[in-house]
Design a protein around this ligand. Structure first.
Ligand SMILES: *[C@@H]1O[C@H](CO)[C@@H](O)[C@H](O)[C@H]1NC(C)=O
Ligand SMILES: *[C@@H]1O[C@H](CO)[C@@H](O)[C@H](O)[C@H]1NC(C)=O
Ligand SMILES: *[C@@H]1O[C@H](CO)[C@@H](O)[C@H](O)[C@H]1NC(C)=O
Ligand SMILES: *[C@@H]1O[C@H](CO)[C@@H](O)[C@H](O)[C@H]1NC(C)=O
Length: 524
């Protein structure tokens, strides 16, 4: 294969040390090399040349993963220097900068002959390459060895469905389940005579759904999970929503089924990286809150998705120094942080190995372990007025007020507060609403220990929320085991929904169980 010239690889293991040695040596070498790999390159090179190994298996739990899309030749779409046009996928797998490569895209689900259509720009597409008889699905089996090379380097390679121009979607769950079987058969662990990448078995699916509706995607993911259960290797499901929360297409889907990683596109939107400094715009905290409190997979990882150059997206591109400091800040602030996603490989390589530079910054910040920052801000006090930029500690996060507010911080994107960091220890909210605290204060002394960690108390005397009833500011209701207070006049707005009409101001019992079940605490 043509390897071309790699820029900036002097400090990273190049193709000459990529050969895999026999298993016993490989394990030994892994033990010897792993911890040193990225810091003492020269030593690693000397130690490892005897058995020539540097393969570290993909690990979804790390904080320093880099996922880079490949397949759309984004550089070539907006630039003319053909030297930087998209290369074979193996070209991007010759060092340890990139950990995960979603192949973009399967952009039509049901094409001619009922099979999907995949377009990989200058590398393989249905117009320039042969298609399987009776379909518009390109036979890209020449790429099998390239993909397997990347996998042999410890990277995962997934198939991404959708894209900005995608003709995608399902009529119902049945259709979605059938499509999952198709994807399993032609790209993953199943078998078919129409496998676009031949014998190469991809490592999972990525959903980059930017049109159509949410219908069927949860059923699709569930079916992929069912088909891959008990398989001899691990399969991953990732999604790439845009940063406004919740995402228009994947929002309900990621609430319903577990994903392994979410590559949030922090570009082309007001919540993009270009507005990182505007606390009311930047919303990584909302995604972390979702990961901690709502995601069916509590270990889901959230990535900062970034354009890899100024021509890769409309807005959101930042010089590498800026992206690096933001990524490290998020890594140190939020436990769900998983790394950085870049769009796309061609742009990253053309832009002075932007992928390698961000990888180095993430590795330097540490791939494992999370230390919660202390809750240094004063505890939130219910009923108090706060001016914009005020910071408080509340329910395991430090929050900053977007503007003047007298409402409590909440996970909703319409909250007046932005979560700027997870935190632990220090101050803990002791606030109770007047009606509730009087109820709980009559209980025995054992209740006192729980009132310190949750706004608690019986909700006796407080009516359940009812649709069709009009409420005015300050009215209280119970809903889903919690006490809620209306922020302003409201009717038919369910507590906790996106309208932001209600603020959760307590839980309805004061037991430890109630605290664990609270929306503000991860299920332990
Ligand atoms: C796909 O292409 C490969 C060679 O690139 C060829 O050997 C194989 O027969 C093709 N498969 C079909 C079903 O046409
Ligand atoms: C697809 O066609 C293009 C143009 O002819 C060619 O350069 C490329 O190698 C082909 N890809 C595959 C996977 O056969
Ligand atoms: C699902 O949608 C397909 C395609 O439109 C249709 O043929 C089928 O009858 C639908 N099934 C159900 C259960 O609605
Ligand atoms: C990048 O960071 C520098 C130094 O903090 C800052 O002055 C500059 O405004 C930032 N640039 C962008 C585009 O955010």
């Amino acid at each position: 294969m043509a390897l071309g010239t790699l820029k900036g690889t002097a400090n990273h293991l190049g193709p000459d040390v990529g050969t895999i040695c026999l298993l016993p040596f490989r394990l030994l070498a892994d033990m010897m090399c792993l911890s040193l790999l990225r810091r003492i390159h020269l030593l690693v090179f000397i130690v490892c040349t005897t058995c020539v190994v540097n393969v570290v298996a993909y690990d979804n739990t790390l904080y320093d993963n880099v996922a880079v899309y490949w397949g759309q030749n984004s550089y070539g779409a907006t630039n003319t220097d053909t030297a930087y046009f998209q290369q074979p996928i193996s070209y991007y797998c010759q060092d340890d900068a990139i950990d995960a490569i979603p192949i973009a895209f399967v952009d039509t689900f049901f094409g001619t002959g009922g099979l999907p259509v995949m377009n990989l720009a200058n590398t393989c597409n249905p117009t320039d390459n042969t298609t399987f008889p009776g379909t518009d699905l390109a036979n890209c089996s020449a790429l099998a060895s390239d993909i397997e090379y990347c996998q042999s380097q410890g990277k995962i390679v997934t198939i991404s469905l959708g894209g900005a121009g995608g003709g995608v979607g399902f009529a119902n769950d049945t259709e979605a389940q059938t499509f999952a079987q198709t994807i399993w058969d032609i790209f993953l662990g199943g078998s078919s005579t129409t496998r676009p990448f031949g014998d190469a078995v991809l490592d999972g699916v990525d959903l980059d759904i930017e049109g159509g509706s949410s219908t069927g995607y949860a059923a699709f993911v569930t079916e992929i999970r069912t088909l891959s259960a008990g398989a001899s290797k691990e399969y991953y499901v990732t999604g790439a929503p845009q940063c406004p929360f919740p995402d228009a297409y994947l929002g309900s889907v990621i609430d319903e089924v577990g994903f392994d990683a979410i590559y949030v596109q922090f570009y082309n939107n007001v919540c993009g990286l270009q507005n990182y400094d505007v606390v009311s715009d930047w919303d990584f905290g909302v995604w972390d809150l979702w990961a901690q409190q709502t995601s069916p997979n509590p270990d889901v990882k959230i990535y900062i998705g970034a354009p890899a150059s100024s021509t890769a997206a409309g807005t959101g591109y930042l010089p590498i120094g800026n992206l690096s400091s933001i990524a490290v800040q998020m890594r140190q602030s939020f436990p769900s942080f998983g790394g950085v996603m870049l769009w796309d490989a061609s742009q990253a390589y053309a832009n002075d190995r932007y992928d390698l530079a961000i990888k180095d910054a993430l590795v330097a910040a540490g791939g494992t372990g999370f230390t919660y920052p202390a809750c240094t801000a004063p505890a939130y006090v219910a009923g108090q007025d706060y001016t914009g930029d005020s910071q408080v500690s509340y329910n395991g996060y430090i929050w900053e007020a977007d503007y003047w507010t007298d409402s409590a911080p909440s996970a909703s994107s319409s909250s007046d507060w932005s979560a700027i960091s997870a935190c632990s220890g220090g101050t803990t909210t002791t606030t109770t609403t007047t009606s509730v605290s009087s109820a709980s204060s009559t209980s025995t002394s054992t209740a006192a220990s729980t009132t310190a960690t949750a706004t608690s108390g019986s909700c006796s005397g407080v009516a359940a929320w009812a649709s069709g009833t009009a409420y005015t500011a300050g009215d209280q209701v119970t809903y889903d085991g919690d006490l809620w207070t209306a922020n302003y006049w409201t009717e038919n707005d369910t507590p906790g929904d996106d309208s932001g009409s209600w603020t959760e101001t307590g839980t309805c019992t004061s037991t430890a169980i109630a605290r664990v079940k609270s929306r503000y605490f991860k299920w332990l």
